[in-house]
Design a protein around this ligand. Structure first.
Ligand SMILES: Nc1ncnc2c1ncn2[C@@H]1O[C@H](COP(=O)(O)OP(=O)(O)OP(=O)(O)O)[C@@H](O)[C@H]1O
Length: 258
Protein backbone atom coordinates (compact mmCIF):
# COMPACT_ATOMS: atom_id res chain seq x y z
CA UNK A 1 0.00 0.00 0.00
CA UNK A 2 1.19 3.54 -0.72
CA UNK A 3 1.94 6.11 1.98
CA UNK A 4 -1.23 7.20 3.75
CA UNK A 5 -2.76 10.60 3.01
CA UNK A 6 -4.06 10.58 6.58
CA UNK A 7 -2.69 8.73 9.57
CA UNK A 8 -4.02 9.21 13.11
CA UNK A 9 -3.07 7.25 16.22
CA UNK A 10 -4.51 7.20 19.74
CA UNK A 11 -6.52 10.36 19.22
CA UNK A 12 -8.96 11.73 21.77
CA UNK A 13 -11.29 14.63 21.12
CA UNK A 14 -13.05 16.79 23.71
CA UNK A 15 -15.83 19.33 23.11
CA UNK A 16 -15.33 22.91 24.32
CA UNK A 17 -17.18 21.99 27.53
CA UNK A 18 -14.93 18.97 28.13
CA UNK A 19 -17.11 16.04 26.95
CA UNK A 20 -14.94 13.26 25.52
CA UNK A 21 -16.08 12.45 21.97
CA UNK A 22 -13.34 10.11 20.67
CA UNK A 23 -11.64 7.35 22.58
CA UNK A 24 -8.20 6.32 21.36
CA UNK A 25 -9.16 6.60 17.74
CA UNK A 26 -6.87 5.15 15.05
CA UNK A 27 -7.48 5.74 11.37
CA UNK A 28 -5.74 5.85 7.95
CA UNK A 29 -6.78 7.05 4.51
CA UNK A 30 -4.80 5.94 1.44
CA UNK A 31 -4.68 7.43 -2.03
CA UNK A 32 -6.86 5.89 -4.76
CA UNK A 33 -9.34 4.57 -2.22
CA UNK A 34 -12.95 5.39 -1.44
CA UNK A 35 -13.05 4.88 2.28
CA UNK A 36 -16.51 4.68 3.83
CA UNK A 37 -17.13 5.71 7.42
CA UNK A 38 -20.20 4.06 8.86
CA UNK A 39 -21.69 3.84 12.32
CA UNK A 40 -24.76 4.82 14.26
CA UNK A 41 -25.71 8.46 14.59
CA UNK A 42 -23.30 10.22 16.97
CA UNK A 43 -20.53 7.61 16.54
CA UNK A 44 -18.04 10.28 15.39
CA UNK A 45 -17.98 10.12 11.57
CA UNK A 46 -18.47 13.82 10.90
CA UNK A 47 -16.18 15.01 13.71
CA UNK A 48 -13.45 12.71 12.35
CA UNK A 49 -13.78 13.96 8.77
CA UNK A 50 -14.01 17.64 9.74
CA UNK A 51 -11.22 17.49 12.33
CA UNK A 52 -8.67 16.34 9.78
CA UNK A 53 -8.49 19.86 8.40
CA UNK A 54 -9.04 21.84 11.57
CA UNK A 55 -12.67 22.55 10.74
CA UNK A 56 -14.27 22.01 14.13
CA UNK A 57 -13.73 25.56 15.32
CA UNK A 58 -12.46 27.05 18.55
CA UNK A 59 -12.42 25.39 21.93
CA UNK A 60 -12.27 21.73 20.84
CA UNK A 61 -9.30 19.92 22.38
CA UNK A 62 -7.28 17.02 21.03
CA UNK A 63 -4.60 14.73 22.30
CA UNK A 64 -2.95 12.10 20.11
CA UNK A 65 0.27 10.21 19.65
CA UNK A 66 0.40 10.79 15.88
CA UNK A 67 -1.46 13.09 13.45
CA UNK A 68 -0.50 13.42 9.82
CA UNK A 69 -2.72 14.81 7.06
CA UNK A 70 -0.86 15.29 3.76
CA UNK A 71 2.37 15.54 5.72
CA UNK A 72 1.12 18.16 8.20
CA UNK A 73 0.05 18.06 11.81
CA UNK A 74 -3.18 19.41 13.25
CA UNK A 75 -1.76 22.83 14.22
CA UNK A 76 -0.89 23.43 10.56
CA UNK A 77 -4.44 22.71 9.42
CA UNK A 78 -5.92 24.90 12.17
CA UNK A 79 -3.68 27.82 11.20
CA UNK A 80 -3.35 30.18 8.21
CA UNK A 81 -1.43 27.69 6.03
CA UNK A 82 -4.16 25.12 6.45
CA UNK A 83 -6.70 27.81 5.57
CA UNK A 84 -4.79 28.32 2.31
CA UNK A 85 -4.81 24.66 1.41
CA UNK A 86 -8.39 23.85 2.35
CA UNK A 87 -10.46 23.92 -0.80
CA UNK A 88 -7.35 23.39 -2.93
CA UNK A 89 -5.91 20.10 -1.64
CA UNK A 90 -9.06 19.07 0.14
CA UNK A 91 -12.65 19.60 -0.76
CA UNK A 92 -15.73 18.96 1.35
CA UNK A 93 -19.25 18.29 0.10
CA UNK A 94 -21.21 18.92 3.30
CA UNK A 95 -24.31 17.04 4.39
CA UNK A 96 -26.20 20.33 4.32
CA UNK A 97 -25.49 22.06 0.98
CA UNK A 98 -26.75 25.37 2.40
CA UNK A 99 -23.48 25.55 4.34
CA UNK A 100 -21.52 25.72 1.10
CA UNK A 101 -23.04 28.92 -0.32
CA UNK A 102 -23.69 32.45 0.79
CA UNK A 103 -27.47 32.83 0.34
CA UNK A 104 -27.38 36.36 -1.09
CA UNK A 105 -24.51 36.12 -3.58
CA UNK A 106 -24.98 34.98 -7.15
CA UNK A 107 -24.01 31.39 -7.78
CA UNK A 108 -21.77 32.37 -10.70
CA UNK A 109 -19.76 34.79 -8.51
CA UNK A 110 -19.33 32.13 -5.84
CA UNK A 111 -18.26 29.46 -8.35
CA UNK A 112 -15.84 31.83 -10.13
CA UNK A 113 -14.34 32.84 -6.75
CA UNK A 114 -14.11 29.19 -5.81
CA UNK A 115 -11.86 28.52 -8.81
CA UNK A 116 -9.95 31.81 -8.67
CA UNK A 117 -9.30 32.09 -4.93
CA UNK A 118 -9.56 28.45 -3.85
CA UNK A 119 -8.03 26.47 -6.68
CA UNK A 120 -6.00 29.38 -8.15
CA UNK A 121 -7.28 28.46 -11.58
CA UNK A 122 -10.14 29.32 -13.89
CA UNK A 123 -12.73 27.21 -15.64
CA UNK A 124 -14.65 27.93 -18.78
CA UNK A 125 -18.24 28.48 -17.57
CA UNK A 126 -19.43 26.44 -20.59
CA UNK A 127 -17.65 23.38 -19.17
CA UNK A 128 -19.34 23.92 -15.80
CA UNK A 129 -22.79 24.39 -17.34
CA UNK A 130 -22.40 21.28 -19.50
CA UNK A 131 -21.64 19.26 -16.38
CA UNK A 132 -24.63 20.76 -14.57
CA UNK A 133 -26.85 19.74 -17.45
CA UNK A 134 -25.45 16.20 -17.31
CA UNK A 135 -26.19 16.19 -13.58
CA UNK A 136 -29.83 16.96 -14.21
CA UNK A 137 -29.84 20.67 -13.29
CA UNK A 138 -32.62 22.12 -15.40
CA UNK A 139 -32.02 25.50 -17.11
CA UNK A 140 -28.39 25.65 -15.92
CA UNK A 141 -27.80 29.17 -17.31
CA UNK A 142 -30.66 30.53 -15.23
CA UNK A 143 -29.20 28.82 -12.13
CA UNK A 144 -25.74 30.22 -12.93
CA UNK A 145 -27.24 33.73 -12.68
CA UNK A 146 -29.39 33.03 -9.59
CA UNK A 147 -28.75 33.90 -5.98
CA UNK A 148 -28.03 30.80 -3.90
CA UNK A 149 -31.23 31.20 -1.91
CA UNK A 150 -33.18 30.88 -5.16
CA UNK A 151 -31.98 27.28 -5.66
CA UNK A 152 -33.37 24.10 -4.18
CA UNK A 153 -31.36 21.98 -1.74
CA UNK A 154 -30.93 19.28 -4.42
CA UNK A 155 -29.61 21.86 -6.91
CA UNK A 156 -27.10 23.20 -4.40
CA UNK A 157 -26.01 19.65 -3.63
CA UNK A 158 -25.50 18.95 -7.34
CA UNK A 159 -23.45 22.15 -7.71
CA UNK A 160 -21.27 21.13 -4.73
CA UNK A 161 -20.76 17.73 -6.31
CA UNK A 162 -19.86 19.35 -9.65
CA UNK A 163 -17.12 21.33 -7.85
CA UNK A 164 -15.88 18.09 -6.32
CA UNK A 165 -15.69 16.58 -9.82
CA UNK A 166 -14.07 19.60 -11.50
CA UNK A 167 -11.20 20.20 -9.04
CA UNK A 168 -7.88 18.45 -8.74
CA UNK A 169 -7.71 17.55 -5.05
CA UNK A 170 -5.77 15.07 -2.93
CA UNK A 171 -8.64 14.36 -0.52
CA UNK A 172 -12.38 14.62 -1.03
CA UNK A 173 -14.82 14.43 1.88
CA UNK A 174 -18.32 13.43 0.83
CA UNK A 175 -20.75 13.65 3.75
CA UNK A 176 -24.00 11.88 2.72
CA UNK A 177 -23.46 13.38 -0.75
CA UNK A 178 -26.49 11.97 -2.54
CA UNK A 179 -29.34 12.25 -0.01
CA UNK A 180 -31.18 14.98 -1.96
CA UNK A 181 -30.72 13.38 -5.40
CA UNK A 182 -33.10 11.30 -7.48
CA UNK A 183 -32.06 7.72 -8.27
CA UNK A 184 -30.69 8.49 -11.76
CA UNK A 185 -28.60 11.46 -10.68
CA UNK A 186 -27.36 9.50 -7.68
CA UNK A 187 -26.21 6.69 -9.96
CA UNK A 188 -24.56 9.14 -12.34
CA UNK A 189 -22.79 11.05 -9.53
CA UNK A 190 -21.49 7.89 -7.83
CA UNK A 191 -20.15 6.56 -11.11
CA UNK A 192 -18.45 9.91 -11.85
CA UNK A 193 -16.78 9.92 -8.42
CA UNK A 194 -15.55 6.35 -8.90
CA UNK A 195 -14.13 7.24 -12.30
CA UNK A 196 -12.33 10.26 -10.83
CA UNK A 197 -10.70 8.08 -8.18
CA UNK A 198 -9.66 5.48 -10.75
CA UNK A 199 -8.05 8.18 -12.89
CA UNK A 200 -6.10 9.90 -10.08
CA UNK A 201 -4.43 9.33 -6.72
CA UNK A 202 -7.31 10.97 -4.90
CA UNK A 203 -8.49 9.60 -1.55
CA UNK A 204 -12.21 9.89 -0.79
CA UNK A 205 -13.81 9.86 2.66
CA UNK A 206 -17.35 8.70 2.09
CA UNK A 207 -19.79 9.15 4.98
CA UNK A 208 -23.05 7.32 4.53
CA UNK A 209 -25.83 5.53 6.37
CA UNK A 210 -26.77 3.63 3.25
CA UNK A 211 -24.92 0.30 3.17
CA UNK A 212 -26.29 -0.40 -0.30
CA UNK A 213 -24.41 2.63 -1.65
CA UNK A 214 -21.35 1.89 0.48
CA UNK A 215 -21.12 -1.63 -0.96
CA UNK A 216 -21.32 -0.38 -4.52
CA UNK A 217 -18.93 2.55 -3.99
CA UNK A 218 -16.31 1.97 -1.36
CA UNK A 219 -13.07 0.01 -1.56
CA UNK A 220 -12.53 0.17 2.19
CA UNK A 221 -14.76 0.68 5.19
CA UNK A 222 -14.30 1.74 8.80
CA UNK A 223 -16.98 0.96 11.36
CA UNK A 224 -17.25 3.47 14.18
CA UNK A 225 -18.92 3.24 17.56
CA UNK A 226 -19.07 5.82 20.35
CA UNK A 227 -16.02 7.72 19.11
CA UNK A 228 -13.80 4.72 18.38
CA UNK A 229 -12.91 2.91 15.18
CA UNK A 230 -14.07 -0.66 15.75
CA UNK A 231 -12.63 -2.18 12.56
CA UNK A 232 -11.37 -1.26 9.07
CA UNK A 233 -11.32 -3.69 6.17
CA UNK A 234 -11.40 -3.78 2.36
CA UNK A 235 -14.70 -4.35 0.56
CA UNK A 236 -14.32 -7.23 -1.88
CA UNK A 237 -16.89 -8.23 -4.49
CA UNK A 238 -19.18 -5.48 -3.20
CA UNK A 239 -19.71 -7.31 0.09
CA UNK A 240 -19.31 -5.89 3.58
CA UNK A 241 -17.84 -8.67 5.72
CA UNK A 242 -17.03 -7.47 9.23
CA UNK A 243 -15.13 -9.65 11.67
CA UNK A 244 -16.11 -8.04 15.01
CA UNK A 245 -19.38 -8.86 16.77
CA UNK A 246 -20.48 -5.24 16.61
CA UNK A 247 -19.69 -5.01 12.88
CA UNK A 248 -21.63 -8.21 12.19
CA UNK A 249 -24.65 -6.94 14.16
CA UNK A 250 -24.57 -3.67 12.28
CA UNK A 251 -24.42 -5.45 8.94
CA UNK A 252 -27.23 -7.83 9.90
CA UNK A 253 -29.43 -5.00 11.13
CA UNK A 254 -28.88 -2.98 8.00
CA UNK A 255 -32.53 -2.43 7.29
CA UNK A 256 -32.94 -0.77 10.70
CA UNK A 257 -29.75 1.18 10.26
CA UNK A 258 -30.71 2.95 7.03
N1 LIG B 1 -20.87 21.18 17.98
C1 LIG B 1 -20.94 20.19 18.86
N2 LIG B 1 -20.96 20.44 20.19
C2 LIG B 1 -21.02 19.43 21.10
N3 LIG B 1 -21.04 18.12 20.78
C3 LIG B 1 -21.03 17.81 19.47
C4 LIG B 1 -20.97 18.81 18.44
N4 LIG B 1 -20.95 18.19 17.23
C5 LIG B 1 -21.00 16.86 17.49
N5 LIG B 1 -21.05 16.64 18.82
C6 LIG B 1 -21.12 15.33 19.48
O1 LIG B 1 -20.04 14.54 19.01
C7 LIG B 1 -20.44 13.18 18.86
C8 LIG B 1 -20.07 12.70 17.47
O2 LIG B 1 -20.81 13.47 16.53
P1 LIG B 1 -20.64 13.29 14.95
O3 LIG B 1 -21.36 14.45 14.32
O4 LIG B 1 -19.22 13.09 14.64
O5 LIG B 1 -21.46 11.93 14.72
P2 LIG B 1 -21.89 11.24 13.35
O6 LIG B 1 -21.46 9.83 13.47
O7 LIG B 1 -21.39 12.03 12.20
O8 LIG B 1 -23.48 11.35 13.46
P3 LIG B 1 -24.59 11.50 12.30
O9 LIG B 1 -24.59 10.19 11.57
O10 LIG B 1 -25.84 11.73 13.08
O11 LIG B 1 -24.21 12.69 11.45
C9 LIG B 1 -21.94 13.12 19.16
O12 LIG B 1 -22.10 12.66 20.49
C10 LIG B 1 -22.37 14.56 19.06
O13 LIG B 1 -23.44 14.83 19.95
Amino acid sequence: MSNPLVSIRSANLFTPNGTRIWKDLNWDLFSSEIHALIGESGSGKTTLAYSLFGLLGEGWKYDFSHWDVLGHDLSYWSGPFGEELRGRSIFLVPQNPNLAFHPYRKIKDQVIDFFRLGLRSSKDPREILELWEEMGITRPEEKWNSYANGLSGGEKQRICLSLALLGDYRILVLDEPTTGLDANTEKWALRAIRRKVEESDLGVIFISHDLRIVESMASRITIMKEGSTIESFPIKDRKIEPTTEYGKELEKARRFFL
